[in-house]
Ligand binder design. Sequence first.
Ligand SMILES: NC(=O)c1ccc[n+]([C@@H]2O[C@H](COP(=O)([O-])OP(=O)(O)OC[C@H]3O[C@@H](n4cnc5c(N)ncnc54)[C@H](O)[C@@H]3O)[C@@H](O)[C@H]2O)c1
Length: 426
Amino acid sequence: MDSTIAVIGTGYVGLTTGACFSRLGHTVVCVDIDEAKIALLRQGEIPIHEPGLEELVRDSVQAGRLSFTTDVEGAVRGAEFAYLCVPTPQGSDGSADLTYLVAAAEQIGPHLPSEAVVVNKSTVPVGSTRTVEQALGRTDLFVVSNPEFLREGSAVHDFLNPDRVVIGSDDQSAAIRVASLYIGVPAPLMVTDPASAETIKYASNAFLAMKLSYVNAVAALCEAVGADADDVMLGMGYDSRIGNKFLRPGPGWGGSCFPKDTKALHFLSSQAGYSFDLLDAVLDINHAQFDRVTGKITAMAGGTLEGVRIAVWGLTFKANTDDRRDSPAVEIVRRLVDGGAQVRAYDPTVRTELPEVPEVVVTDDAYAACEGASVLAVLTEWDEFKWLDLDKVAATMSELRIVDARNLLDRGAVLRRGFVHEGIGR
Ligand SMILES: NC(=O)c1ccc[n+]([C@@H]2O[C@H](COP(=O)([O-])OP(=O)(O)OC[C@H]3O[C@@H](n4cnc5c(N)ncnc54)[C@H](O)[C@@H]3O)[C@@H](O)[C@H]2O)c1
């Protein structure tokens, strides 16, 4: 059964949600307070880099099932469902800041038709379903939790082929209505209470962050004992209890979700009377990893960064996205600049200067970043870096030294060309 959905917040999650629901046959209007973003979308342009999203949006707009507006009232007036996809950033004490969520609920509350279902897709602490109910100020609406697990870089695929759909509701009929939106999505669908649904999201993200911190800790151990972390991870990953995903050592984890969600889970646990000490270690290991990688680059540069020219490949928090929120690459670049290095950086999605670290010279190709550099640091795992001409890189750099913080490049090929090479955990 096709439904009418208003999506509030047209960012990575909201735009993907809107486009994918319209692909599933529903009629969707995406709302945002950012007028420039909506104007761009109305012109047929996509404000973010997300594979497959542009085509999906175009097809859905042409089919008349997807539109964009800044008019919240008009968007929700006839909606059977209102999906909240607004930011829940980290507050100053580590808690999730619900200002946007509450503001959005207050805005839509007076205009929704009776019996509409307000669905919370933003990542929120336990108890937020009640918070939204209060902000809506109505007793004739349903509020349901439906956390999102998509990964940036494969958001469309993940939305349409999720590992699971989680619905948290105290009202069975509302849960069934939300479940019906996902008809056609081949995934297990679980219905639980709102607190459990909210906890599933945080606990999953913090678990993944923990897995990455564990991998980086094992990689540090591998360096100390002369083991090869890539082989160790391969050997571990064959164990189906461990699984072979999320087992790559790297420069530390980041992005718009893991850091804030891990801290928010830690905060809400303390509030609830449980001291989740494991998460302290997860966060500490991650910060130490930024320093370890910076240390490797410094050592490769001869012990000091002062006046040293460093080439950087990759600025986004991972490949296939343009998102640099809490990017480990940016964290490390900031440390390099603070240490006195002259950084020239290339990333396929960055064409202007880097507001986070304006001292960085952003180049428009990978070779230009290497000009006169004493060290090349690979910080994001963009596939295209694997296929670059290493002879050309060697001819451009002043010293042949590479720190590959993603273990991305073919080490044999790098060594054959005379580079000194340092990876993670080898
Ligand atoms: N990005 C991800 O990979 C991901 C994955 C799963 C869950 N989440 C969660 O989803 C939520 C949204 O994340 P995102 O990355 O899409 O954020 P985003 O910053 O990309 O997009 C949020 C959008 O909401 C808009 N907005 C804010 N207040 C509004 C209002 N009152 N009315 C209309 N629009 C409003 C903003 O202008 C922005 O365009 C967060 O809670 C996040 O933790 C994100």
